[in-house]
Design a protein around this ligand. Sequence first.
Ligand SMILES: NC(=O)c1ccc[n+]([C@@H]2O[C@H](COP(=O)([O-])OP(=O)(O)OC[C@H]3O[C@@H](n4cnc5c(N)ncnc54)[C@H](OP(=O)(O)O)[C@@H]3O)[C@@H](O)[C@H]2O)c1
Length: 330
Amino acid sequence: MIKAAVVGASGYIGGELVRLLAMHPEVEITAITSRRYAGKKVHKVHPNLRGLNLRFTNDYNFDADVIFLAVPHGESMKIIDEFLGSAKIIDLSADFRVSLDLYKRYYGEHVKPELIDEFVYGLPEIHREEIKKAELIANPGCNATAVILALYPFKGDVSEAIVDLKVSSSAGGRRENVASIHPERSHVVRVYKAFHHRHEAEVIQETNVKAQFTVHSVDLVRGLLATIYFKMETSEKDLYKMFFRYLKEPFIRIVKEKGGIQRLPDPKYVIGSNFVDIGFAYDEENQRVILFSALDNLIKGGAGQAVQNMNIAFGLDETLGLSYLPVYPI
Ligand SMILES: NC(=O)c1ccc[n+]([C@@H]2O[C@H](COP(=O)([O-])OP(=O)(O)OC[C@H]3O[C@@H](n4cnc5c(N)ncnc54)[C@H](OP(=O)(O)O)[C@@H]3O)[C@@H](O)[C@H]2O)c1
């Protein structure tokens, strides 16, 4: 059994990690940490986890083969020294995902720059071989995962793309913030960030595409949809071929139907799963390619992808503990 610890387990990603790890056949959870809720049972914070015999601790002296850091960006780099060398580390924050140059451009100063190159970018569909040998894994951002996986087949052919993102409230974490209380957040289609969203940095690094994000908060609790636009002379048939590379990927589904309820990706049909649904349309008259990419931000966009990385890094079947289908209807 792999002994796993979750640091920052009181947050949304931490809670989802605990849920997934508790169902994983090869994992024993040895510690879940919280500074605010130390000593409390897990269901006091995550009511869906009632029945799990786990309590939060703020003691970092635990026994683990893998440590998930599910703390806000800027915090992982401050606490990582506590854990280095004791276990494999999978960091879900943005602290070690991109080069120092990109980090400075999008986030600011870094307090552990010497560690950035030690981390492998944990997007299995692109970096599987490196993840197999990795001790330190930087789990990608949720928006970045959706956009990179859709754009990656065009690497080298496309230099710029406009990206419209519609994101759910859980993507912002479990913090107190007036903009997120129910009367303010419900029914919104709010422009959250018109340009220069931080996840652009990961897309630039992984695809060489200058992706320009506009991010909207929409009335969903989980899930996101990325709609990506660029110009290219191609055809529907050739676009299909571009995505053949994903045919063997266990967590990528190509969604392009002529009829039915779902013709192109919609987050509604991936919620609760580790799938990312990718689809496309081609406007022949204007030579405009439109890609669509939908995922559950807390699973393929976060905790599920982290478990996928753990499976790869420990030589397990990549889908172990992750092969559930989406919840429907939601
Ligand atoms: N939400 C998403 O959809 C999503 C997707 C992918 C990646 N991520 C990334 O995953 C990380 C966690 O996100 P989240 O949405 O779960 O955030 P969150 O709900 O705000 O939870 C973060 C938790 O980290 C703990 N924490 C904060 N500072 C800490 C410190 N210095 N030392 C130890 N623990 C600390 C807090 O717990 P206590 O105060 O109880 O200790 C808090 O509950 C973030 O870096 C985020 O960017 C989020």
